[in-house]
Design a protein around this ligand. Structure first.
Ligand code: SF4
Length: 149
């Protein structure tokens, strides 16, 4: 099976603060599969970098910089499109929970006044996977419940 997976889960130090989310248990479940790593935020904005949050702007979900208030969405969406066009036939997308880019059903969403309105929103890269009808799951759910792969 060909699995697209958040690079930080594999040990890449690409989180905003230069750390990773390495999880040997997760990797143990994936060792017979082809893994294709991605990190939209590192590609677009480098590491380390300021954090971003998902904000609902008149019904559109945008990734907004917590440092500058700039809309950082477009490069992330372009990266995601290019990734899925380059890597065809992805069978499964495993995203890092709660990430505004990679979270599948676990990202926080705020309104324009920064009030929390959801804790099960979808990050911008995960949205692109879903649009392509790629099966997508958060890493924690994958570990807890497992799915047949
Ligand atoms: S959660 Fe996604 S964007 Fe954030 S560090 Fe991991 S791979 Fe990169």
């Amino acid at each position: 099976m060909k699995i697209a997976i958040s690079a930080c889960l594999l040990g890449n130090k690409c989180r905003y603060d230069g750390t990773d989310n390495y999880d040997p248990k997760l990797l143990g479940k994936l060792d017979r599969h082809e893994l294709v790593a991605f990190c939209p935020e590192d590609f677009c904005y480098g590491t380390p970098r300021p954090t971003m949050d998902l904000i609902d702007k008149n019904g559109e979900i945008k990734a907004i910089s917590n440092l500058t208030g700039a809309d950082l969405s477009k490069p992330i969406i372009e990266y995601a499109k290019s990734f899925f066009e380059t890597h065809k036939n992805i069978d499964l997308f495993i995203g890092k929970d709660r990430s505004p880019s990679c979270g599948v059903y676990s990202a926080k969403l705020y309104d324009k006044n920064k009030n929390l309105i959801s804790t099960n929103s979808t990050g911008l890269m995960a949205q692109e996977a879903k649009k392509r009808d790629i099966k997508a799951i958060d890493a924690e759910e994958f570990l807890e419940k497992g799915i047949d792969i």
